[in-house]
Design a binder for this molecule. Structure first.
Ligand code: NAP
Length: 286
């Protein structure tokens, strides 16, 4: 039976540290503040927003929601984003995406100042992540994967890591962060040949695919560590969600595995707050 790499312990330790850092900032009269930018009111955005607000409250951080109608014009939304970006009280910006198709999302993303871009929306931030510039914040989910590996003291140096998925929000940045820790990284995708065989060679397997329970017993081997980033509707349990890994078939084989729910997803809002506190500290350096 594999050890469960639970996210709660990681998030709790992070929040304990953040509490102290927020206190230190408050003693200087500064309260870190997250600006949440939302167009419309999609259910999954509201769900994530609720979690983010709760985490902010738990560490004494402030937040403000900037909500706009779905028929906002490009011109008005650009102005709104520039205003939030210039707002001295706001240290970090979370903008929900995708934006409505009527808006030029690429242009809007580029207007978020890099020093406040705590979820890596702009290409400027992504460039910094790829160049190992620590002043650019990686997206929260890849950072959550790294924080889980670090918390559970899983060695990365020289290890073979296979990442399945090459999106700009998870696969590519997590591969860069793993490389930064001296892992030997293979990135796989929908055209990879013999995917099960490639995955089974890994010491650490990161699944960021978006396909419910795709990684089964044929993709893994004993001794592996499995990080399941997936959040999918569970085809076998209506109203529940599951990962990209078929937990029931993989868990008896591997050494350690993140559960879904209760794994990577439960660390992401703590990372969002960590990035905002870091941004606040950097913006107030004397
Ligand atoms: P995405 O943009 O759809 O990318 C999926 C990646 O998986 C693509 O690179 C795709 O390859 C690859 N892929 C799809 N089918 C495949 C197959 N049959 N074999 C091999 N590779 C395949 O998804 P994403 O935004 O990266 O998200 C990935 C998963 O993570 C989703 O389940 C999402 O819900 C979840 N997620 C979780 C969190 C969290 O906080 N836990 C946050 C964000 C996302 P191609 O490039 O070749 O198409």
């Amino acid at each position: 039976m594999a050890d469960a790499l639970k996210g709660k312990a990681v998030a709790d330790a992070m929040k304990e540290d953040l509490n102290k850092r927020v206190e230190a900032l408050k003693s200087k009269g500064i309260t870190p503040k997250l600006g949440i930018v939302r167009v419309g009111a999609r259910a999954d955005d509201l769900f994530y927003e609720g979690g983010a607000k709760k985490t902010c409250d738990s560490i004494g951080m402030a937040y403000e929601v900037f909500e706009y109608p779905t028929d906002i014009t490009q011109e008005d939304f650009e102005k709104a984003i520039l205003d939030v970006g210039a707002n001295k009280e706001i240290n970090g910006i979370l903008m929900f995406a995708p934006l409505p198709k009527t808006l030029d999302e690429k242009k809007i993303r580029s207007l978020i100042p890099v020093e406040k871009d705590v979820d890596c929306m702009s290409l400027g931030s992504a460039g910094k992540v790829f160049a190992d510039e620590e002043t650019g914040f990686p997206p929260c989910t890849p950072t959550a994967c790294m924080d889980i590996l670090k918390h559970y003291q899983i060695p990365l140096k020289g290890k073979k890591v296979v990442v399945v998925g090459r999106s700009l929000v998870v696969g590519k940045p997590v591969a860069m962060l793993l490389l930064r820790e001296h892992a030997t990284v293979t990135i796989c995708h929908s055209r990879t040949e013999n995917l099960p065989g490639v995955c089974a060679e890994a010491d650490i397997l990161v699944a960021a695919i978006g396909r419910a329970k795709m990684i089964n017993s044929t993709f893994v081997k004993p001794g592996q560590i499995v990080i399941d980033v997936g959040i999918n509707a569970d085809p076998d349990n209506e109203g529940k969600y599951c990962g990209d890994v078929d937990f029931a078939s993989v868990e008896p084989i591997v050494e350690k595995i993140t559960p879904v729910p209760g794994g990577v997803g439960s660390v992401t809002t703590a990372v969002l707050c960590k990035h905002t506190v870091m941004a606040c500290e950097l913006q107030n350096q004397s």
